[in-house]
Design a protein around this ligand. Sequence first.
Ligand SMILES: Cc1cc2nc3c(=O)[nH]c(=O)nc-3n(C[C@H](O)[C@H](O)[C@H](O)COP(=O)(O)OP(=O)(O)OC[C@H]3O[C@@H](n4cnc5c(N)ncnc54)[C@H](O)[C@@H]3O)c2cc1C
Length: 433
Amino acid sequence: MTAWTNWAGTERAQPRRTVVARSTDDVVAAVRAGVADGLRVKPLGAGHSFTGAAVTDGVHLDLTGLTGLVAVDQGSGVVTVRGGTRLHDLNPALLRHGLALPNLGDIDQQSITGAIATGTHGTGARLGGLATQVLALRIVLADGIVADCSATERPRLFEAARVGLGALGVVTELTLQCVPSFVLHAQERPEPLDQVLEALDHEAESNDHFEFFWFPRTDRVLAKRNNRVPEGTPLRPLPGWRARLDDELLANTVFEWTNRIATARPSLVPRLNAIASRALSAREFTDTAYKVFVTPRRVVFRECEYAVPREALRPVLAALRDWTELHDEPLPFPVEVRFAASDDVWLSTGYERDNAYVAVHQYHRLPHEPFFAAFEAIVAAHAGRPHWGKLHSLGAERLRELYPRFDEFVAVRHEVDPGRTFGNAYLERVLGS
Ligand SMILES: Cc1cc2nc3c(=O)[nH]c(=O)nc-3n(C[C@H](O)[C@H](O)[C@H](O)COP(=O)(O)OP(=O)(O)OC[C@H]3O[C@@H](n4cnc5c(N)ncnc54)[C@H](O)[C@@H]3O)c2cc1C
């Protein structure tokens, strides 16, 4: 038995066995053996979900050997990648072929399949989440059959499996639509919250990737605008010392100490936030896209994130602001606001809706429950859809109301996994059984 814990330390598992799979055949063998032994099976990504999505008491499938590119068509940008590949390996591998994913989230630690299975997204009002890049999937089902699916081949399985929550089978290969590699001009600077809220729609629409971080109990945000530059524009990356100062020293080392101080002296948090929101200095640089998107995150936190319709963002933030003013809750982490375009992926938070994403965080040594519960109550009034990989309290009953294709997803699951080989407690809660 190999004990397992997720990155945030919110979930633990004591699987009966952990099997390392290096090929689709290995996965088939592991699934068949698990079923024969009456065990449930769960593939592992990088353990970066805050929820129990990857927990099992049966067989944990370690896919760290099932990695790398299988096929690349540089002309069309279509690539096939093995399911266990981590984003930090995939991004440079794509670049070597002159390709890139059009958008990414904050970090690159996840496996491509784990990220897609839970609806991982970045920011960009004209761009969908990572799942919108999926053209085809190879998936090992509970009966040990290897199924290939796409918009034309087993389309219902494909629609369900794009954001599949790990509920349908083990994805061993993914075919993705990539774009030519590109360079981003990054502008980051502190700004007044009201000014940003005033220009929200314009900012979201006129920047390729716009987001901001608001520090509770302050009226300041750190706004980030990343925009594509014409091909051939010379790179002007941050000097090494500045990147280390900002990303390592300030964002990780100093931030860890700020959080420890906040834990010991919660009353200091408003002052710490005021300092942080003003200490962050403006910076501007031009670099390969994935290097701009991704930041190392070593300070351990808990997170809850909801997608709300774009027009709900202002009332949601106003209510959050009121709550933080009224309650003396120590909140040293900023609230993150991002944008994404609507899509057609059944269980994607972006299903047929342009969204703003609001993410609340809490340092792991401080209680997150009061703030997260208040946040969930606020977004509930705006048809908020929770990120499948982040902490939330919703169950199947409510999720069915939020996702028009929920029952079709459940029907596909009944067909391909009637015995719940890939089930676990998280799926029982969010899918109903
Ligand atoms: C520090 C941090 C920053 C983050 N930033 C962002 C962000 O910017 N944007 C965002 O949207 N999210 C973000 N997340 C959330 C994260 O992207 C998701 O939780 C994602 O699922 C993590 O991927 P993983 O590889 O760690 O998957 P895991 O958490 O290991 O697994 C997630 C699910 O995928 C399933 N799975 C894994 N591999 C397979 C497979 N081969 N076949 C079928 N199912 C599989 C697992 O069984 C599980 O159900 C962040 C999380 C952290 C901790």
